[in-house]
Write a protein that binds this ligand. Structure first.
Ligand SMILES: NC(=O)c1ccc[n+]([C@@H]2O[C@H](COP(=O)([O-])OP(=O)(O)OC[C@H]3O[C@@H](n4cnc5c(N)ncnc54)[C@H](O)[C@@H]3O)[C@@H](O)[C@H]2O)c1
Ligand SMILES: [Zn+2]
Length: 355
């Protein structure tokens, strides 16, 4: 019923879609981020209420809500409101709300209808697109926090885009979403990349490119829904990015995911010049653009620390550290395997340049 089709479910006409889906539903549960200004939630609930009995549950958005116990809270709410298989779940929030709410919707009674209304740049261009849901697990013994360890592939009926919701977002969150937009632009190349390079990472500049950025991910996912091949290219900047993010967390400070990814892309460009013959002048231009847009420096650990994090990456196969590199913008190799020595040399060069 919700398998991914070639038709796009991304729309600016979200009010109409929400109203129509609500009228077809036996009841509606809106899962909202409590950090949002109240009138966002009210507007959404009011549209649904006109068509169908509507209920609301809220969570304070953030990585901490991606747990089984919050999912159970959603299930309980659905039980209490008498939800059935024709009920509709509407997720209004950032990627943590769409991941957790999407997981709950995909598993309740083996799946009820789902609509995503993303309210962060990152969720609009990335998390709400492509049908992956996920929660984290905290194992008592040995493993610690494992991100997105449990999840499903489950496509929403609609992803509604409303730029106005982004107005309450702070600069750091916007920059984080921009990091994923940079990734999409490099995967696509051409005029989309040129257009993004002309813009500063602020809402006014980025707004016109949000939908095209989301569509780049959508197109890749359409070609490879279950990540057998090309979908892995969406990990550009993530092997090193995750390592940087995780090392920062170990030191007790937070580095926003998309910002870590942007640094990961800067490194991937360095590596692509050395390993893939990526044009050095183009790489320099791209690196200068990314680094000057982030505007903050980076504290870079040594190669051993980064390698140790990278070798625990979920994407690795048979113990190899896999990465995404480029021949040119728009020409991507998604199964590059790192040799430790080679990585060390390149990392120290990168470190010398940016630390
Ligand atoms: N499923 C996927 O394919 C996919 C892809 C990328 C990321 N993700 C997941 O997405 C999550 C990150 O998403 P995110 O960056 O949106 O994080 P988030 O949901 O934590 O939102 C970031 C912060 O902004 C707040 N917020 C949200 N919208 C707001 C608004 N309009 N105004 C003011 N504050 C607002 C939230 O309460 C939160 O504090 C991660 O858990 C990641 O694993 C999933
Ligand atoms: Zn990411």
């Amino acid at each position: 019923m919700h398998s991914i089709t070639m038709e796009s479910n991304l729309t600016k006409y979200w009010e109409k879609g929400l109203s129509m889906s609500s009228s077809q539903a036996s009841s509606v549960l809106v899962i909202a981020d409590s950090n949002l200004p109240e009138h966002y939630t009210k507007e959404v609930v009011d549209i649904c209420k006109k068509e169908s009995p509507t209920y609301m549950i809220s969570f304070k958005g953030g990585e901490g809500i991606k747990t089984l116990s919050q999912v159970s809270e959603v299930y309980l709410h659905l039980e209490k409101m008498g939800a059935d298989r024709k009920s509709l779940v509407v997720c209004l929030g950032g990627g943590t709300i769409t991941d957790m709410g999407g997981f709950a919707a995909s598993t309740y009674k083996r799946g009820v209808s789902l609509i995503h209304l993303p309210t962060t740049v990152l969720a609009m261009v990335d998390a709400a697109i492509g049908g992956k849901t996920g929660i984290n697990t905290e194992m008592q013994v040995n493993f610690g926090l494992l991100k997105n360890q449990i999840g499903t592939f489950y496509n929403p009926k609609m992803v509604g885009i409303n730029h106005k919701w982004l107005q309450s977002l702070n600069e750091e969150e916007i920059l984080s979403g921009w990091g994923e937009m940079v990734k999409h632009a490099l995967l696509k190349g051409g005029t989309h990349l040129k257009d993004l390079m002309k813009l500063s990472p602020n809402l006014k500049d980025l707004s016109p490119l949000l939908i095209s950025s989301a569509r780049i991910k959508e197109a890749i996912v359409h070609r490879d829904e279950k990540e057998i091949g090309e979908r892995a290219s969406l990990n550009l900047g993530h092997t090193v990015g995750h390592a940087i993010e995780s090392l920062a967390r170990d030191k007790g400070w937070e580095m926003k995911h998309g910002v870590a990814v942007a640094w990961g892309i800067v490194f991937a460009l360095e590596a692509s010049v050395m390993k893939m013959g990526f044009d050095k002048t183009t790489a320099d231009e791209l690196q200068n653009w990314i680094v000057s847009s982030i505007s903050k420096g980076i504290e870079v650990d040594g190669a051993d620390a980064v390698w140790s994090k990278m070798s625990h990456d979920k994407k690795n196969v048979k113990g190899n550290v896999i990465d995404v590199l480029m021949l040119a913008p728009g020409e991507v190799i998604w199964d590059f395997v790192w040799e430790r020595e080679e990585f060390t040399i390149l990392w120290e060069k990168f470190r010398g340049r940016y630390a």
